[in-house]
Design a protein around this ligand. Sequence first.
Ligand code: ZN
Length: 279
Amino acid sequence: MRLATIRTATGHRAVRLDGDSAVETGEADVRALLERPDWAEHAANADGPVHDAAGLDHAPLIPSPEKIICVGLNYRDHVQEMGNELPEYPTLFAKFAPSLIGARDEIELPPQSERVDYEAELTVVIGRSVRHADAEAARAAIAGYTVLNDVSMRDYQRRTKQFLQGKTWEHSTPLGPALVTADELPADPADGGALRISSELSGEIMQDSTTDQLVFGVVDLVVYLSTILTLNPGDVIATGTPGGVGDARTPPRYLTDGSEIVTSVEGVGECRNVARAVP
Ligand code: ZN
């Protein structure tokens, strides 16, 4: 099943994507849908108003998550290009909801940063509350997967040891377009399955890897995070990005006014966003 949050003239709607059409589920967005214990059955049986899938205006998949948790340095090839040792523990940081945009929205390029970079990420969406999970409970808590482009203002990211100020600029982080349940995927990332993950900057391939390069897999991450706090429906876990980011290239490559950045995960979907300078 594939679920999305769309914008309509009268507000957000959570929809089920059925090929060429999108069927309203009666919930305002995918977080509200996932907060129903019967979300999967409810969404599968929904028969609300229908939209043409070609004309959808995608909101961020989860417009207001309780948590957006990001994992840094979690692909073997990216750890190497950044000149780091493989980590013993996950590197964690957060974003806030105002940074999120839809899968086709423009990325705001602030005049204060000259080094705006892209990061394609396989992203877990939580579908039930879980604390102190073992592997089985962690797997059961995963509603499905989506794509997040962890746009990063590298100059701000590197001002101090803490990443946050480079990671949560307003209207910078595409999330979506859809939540895809694991049964739809060619390989299940919870089983360590390899999905191609890539990014393309204005037509040129920049990142091209597979999700079996993850140092900490999706189940490991849910177990680890649920030790720290309760994960709740609609929480978003961006699992890190593979090698090929613009800042690690020679010469470096950054998003500039009018650049188109496409971030994709095989079977999950793609975010396709134009970067736009804002005053
Ligand atoms: Zn990242």
